[in-house]
Design a protein around this ligand. Structure first.
Ligand SMILES: [Zn+2]
Length: 775
């Protein structure tokens, strides 16, 4: 298909190997070097640094388009900004028919999950081919679209994986995942941050997308397990989120079927649609765009073992019901018309289907350019029109006890391109939808977020409670959603907001609303010191200086990573503890935190068959004995969720998790916000209200059988437990213990049944951790 232009360097001429060949891997330096050389040689490619990663590496985007478009990037950026923001008048664009003059903006991002490594390698070949091909389809793509190619959304992780792969290549450990998180803080959860902005990489790309370029299509390229579909593509599985415009879902389906048809034209078997992944959850790379009027695409190719091919036999494909929407990988069905029979599967196969899929998307974007631009304009315009079924605004009111989370909340909204206004006079509002007369006064210094913004659905989806539909399978068991069921940001962050269904005399008072131009304007209103940089560190909340150890180990626990992020962001010093510290009794700390890791993960660690000995074995029995001695001698042990299991068993505590033995037909709650009843007389609850929201994600609920030394610091509410998301079988958890405290020897145990630091999002429950750490 592609003709080679001699002046443009091939990836092989720069790297010394053809990327995506078996057992080769390019690290981030090599990838960025290649893109720099391509930029220098081709007038169709322009590479920009969009910021630094968590570990300080350059994060890049390559703009790829016709030479003429590349020369005029700024102009097309302005056109697309105007198309997506009809409320703002932009000089020089008023008299232009923008949907005729503009280009479809397509973003393709690779290997955010860096063990899903092939796309990052493929990106160099894709860029080279687009820059050199002379066929009509490529010309049309370059003429009508501007591609924002992100070779990796997680450059730090590319190096972690490349280093590990090279270290283990040719050994019996070749192809295993690294024995650490492949994102410094988040690991796999780096794709759970897209409304929260906890990570530098998320912020860099969110700025590129939703402050600057407003891509019509965002394609996030992933890999899944080895024995499922060869590729899973849109349309996706149920349930869709009601806050996603149906037009977006239809356009998503259309692009998915184009990908499916093109893959079939290359005889690729085993491709599925309408399976596994849903469009409920917010916060992923491809799901956040839905709330910005953009079509978010995910493809999941079957994996090899990093860059090493695998052989998949038919038996491995014969599991019944391998995923939602698929009864069998081997029986033809409408959503898998050509099952794959098994065989060798390697990086070249993955790269080939990812390339076909990327070109299918680009071809559609080119052929239907005007349609995509008009969709953007129509959706944004529609969102600016008021509706009786939605509030006019949400108010973040003045005078809240914890101002830092309020400031962070506003910063998160503004970074995603939401408009926020400061109230410079009191306004009277009605809270309830159908209430006509009951006006409440909102104080001066409150903030107001209008619903009628181009990204209206993002405003609603982040402020509202989620009501996940009750979905049961034929056996009456809860059907597991792809990710969480609820995420309401003010509830997670402990920020008090209220819906304003009617603002009295809004038009008369509109001029008294002052647009918040930057976060320091908001911080001044909140009486907080200005920040030097965006998303500055938060002040250390501790009054004392405890010596803190945080268990890390080698299993790559995301919960450990998020705990580290919360401590780092609050400038609380700590030491990461490895397995050997426990085995060798180096536990000279005031407090030790065990993040949510299973007993097996902590005690047994990684298996010797898969990893070199230095990474295996966990803390072992000796580590458990030393941990016990640590508490008996006066130490404080703080456990989150899964790790409580180890402590209850090993410390013989008279309590049990009442949810432990329940089937999925009896109880299920997959990531939801619950109400806690808090004993505010307990020191751990200092500063909390009697009722406080907390995040429950397949967590625990304790019954205490002998309350001699054990105290309940907080319980799950006796009624109205669910605040956002889904609970099946709520009765089992009502009134059960959510935080327990116990004396043990001279020391103390503090057990959280839930995760007070879940994904670094739950600012509302962070202070429980700070109180627990205080000496
Ligand atoms: Zn992935």
């Amino acid at each position: 298909m592609f003709a080679v232009n001699a002046q443009i360097p091939t990836p092989k001429s720069v790297l010394g190997f053809h990327p995506t060949d078996d057992r080769t891997i390019a690290d981030w330096k090599q990838i960025t070097d290649y893109f720099a050389k391509l930029d220098a040689a081709s007038d169709k490619v322009k590479v920009e640094e969009i910021g630094k990663t968590t570990l300080g590496k350059p994060q890049i985007v390559a703009f790829i388009s016709s030479a003429d478009n590349i020369k005029n990037l700024e102009r097309y950026k302005n056109y697309n900004f105007a198309i997506n923001n009809p409320q703002i008048t932009i000089a020089q664009t008023e008299s232009i028919d923008l949907t005729k003059a503009g280009k479809t903006i397509v973003a393709i991002s690779c290997s955010i999950h860096s063990t899903e490594i092939v796309a990052s390698q493929m990106s160099m070949n894709l860029a080279h081919d687009l820059a050199t091909a002379t066929d009509e389809t490529t010309k049309e793509i370059l003429e009508n679209t501007i591609l924002l190619l992100i070779p990796s959304a997680n450059p730090d992780g590319i190096d972690i994986v490349a280093n590990w792969y090279r270290k283990t290549l040719g050994t019996k450990f070749e192809g295993t995942s690294p024995p650490e998180l492949y994102h410094h803080y988040a690991g796999h959860d780096n794709n759970r941050d897209w409304f929260m902005m906890n990570l530098a990489e998320t912020r860099n790309i969110t700025k590129l997308f939703w402050q600057e370029w407003f891509p019509q299509i965002v394609y996030d390229v992933h890999q899944q397990g080895q024995t499922g579909a060869r590729m899973t593509i849109p349309p996706f599985y149920d349930p869709p989120n009601p806050r996603i415009d149906p037009l977006i879902l239809r356009e998503l389906g259309l692009l998915g079927y184009k990908m499916a048809a093109d893959l079939q034209r290359t005889d690729q078997a085993g491709v599925t649609t309408n399976a596994t992944y849903d469009t409920w959850w917010h916060g992923g790379f491809r799901s956040a765009p839905y709330y910005h009027n953009s079509v978010g695409i995910l493809s999941e190719a079957a994996s090899a073992e990093l860059m090493t091919p695998v052989t998949i036999n038919k038996e491995a494909l014969s599991r019944p019901n391998p995923s939602r929407g698929i009864a069998s990988m081997l029986e033809p069905a409408t959503n898998i018309p050509d099952p794959w029979e098994g065989g060798v599967w390697g990086p070249k196969d993955i790269a080939r289907i990812e390339t076909v899929s990327a070109l299918a998307v680009l071809e559609m974007a080119a052929k239907f350019r005007e349609r995509y631009l008009k969709n953007s304009y129509d959706l944004a315009s529609k969102n600016l029109k008021p509706s009786n079924n939605e509030p006019q605004a949400f108010i973040v009111y003045a005078g809240q006890p914890n101002q830092e989370p309020v400031a962070r909340f506003l910063e998160i909204l503004m970074w995603q391109g939401m408009e926020v206004h400061e109230m410079t006079r009191e306004l009277e509002i009605i809270h309830e939808q159908n209430d006509k007369n009951n006006f409440h006064e909102m104080p001066l210094g409150s903030f107001l977020v209008f619903v009628n913004q181009p990204q209206k659905n993002n405003v609603l989806s982040l402020f509202e409670k989620q009501v996940y539909p009750k979905r049961l399978n034929a056996k009456g068991e809860a059907e597991v959603p792809y990710d969480v069921a609820g995420w309401t940001l003010p509830l997670q962050m402990g920020v008090e907001t209220v819906a304003a269904w009617n603002i009295k005399d809004l038009e008369k008072h509109r001029s008294t609303l002052k647009k918040v131009e930057n976060i320091n304007q908001a911080r001044t209103v909140l009486n907080l010191k200005p920040n030097k940089t965006s998303f500055d560190k938060l002040p250390n909340p501790l009054k004392s200086s405890p010596k803190i150890g945080l268990y890390k180990g080698f299993t790559g626990s995301m919960d450990e990573g998020w705990t580290r992020l919360v401590l780092d962001n609050h400038q609380i010093p700590y030491t990461s503890l490895m397995d050997s510290d426990f085995r060798e009794d180096k536990l000279n700390y005031d407090a030790i935190i065990l993040p949510s890791i299973s007993e097996r993960g902590i005690v047994s660690g990684l298996p010797k068959e898969r990893y070199p000995e230095e990474f295996t074995g966990g803390i072992g029995e000796s580590g458990v004995a030393n941990l016990k001695k640590f508490v008996e001698n006066g130490g404080k042990l703080i456990c989150f969720d899964d790790s409580c299991e180890l402590v209850i068993k090993q410390f013989n505590l008279p309590m049990k998790n009442v949810l432990g033995g329940l089937s999925r037909a009896e109880f299920y709650s997959p990531g939801s916000i619950w109400q806690l009843d808090v004993d505010t007389s307990n020191g751990l609850a200092k500063g909390f209200n009697k009722q406080t929201p907390a995040y429950f994600i397949n967590s625990s609920a304790y019954e205490i059988s002998d309350s001699g030394k054990l105290r309940s610091v907080a319980k799950y509410a006796e009624k109205d437990l669910l605040l956002s998301g889904w609970i099946l079988g709520e009765k089992y958890a009502l009134g059960k213990t959510a935080i327990a405290e116990s004396d043990f020897g001279k020391g103390k145990l503090i057990l959280f049944a839930f995760r007070p630091q879940h994904r670094g999002q739950t600012f509302g429950t962070f202070p429980f951790i700070f109180n627990a750490l205080e000496k």
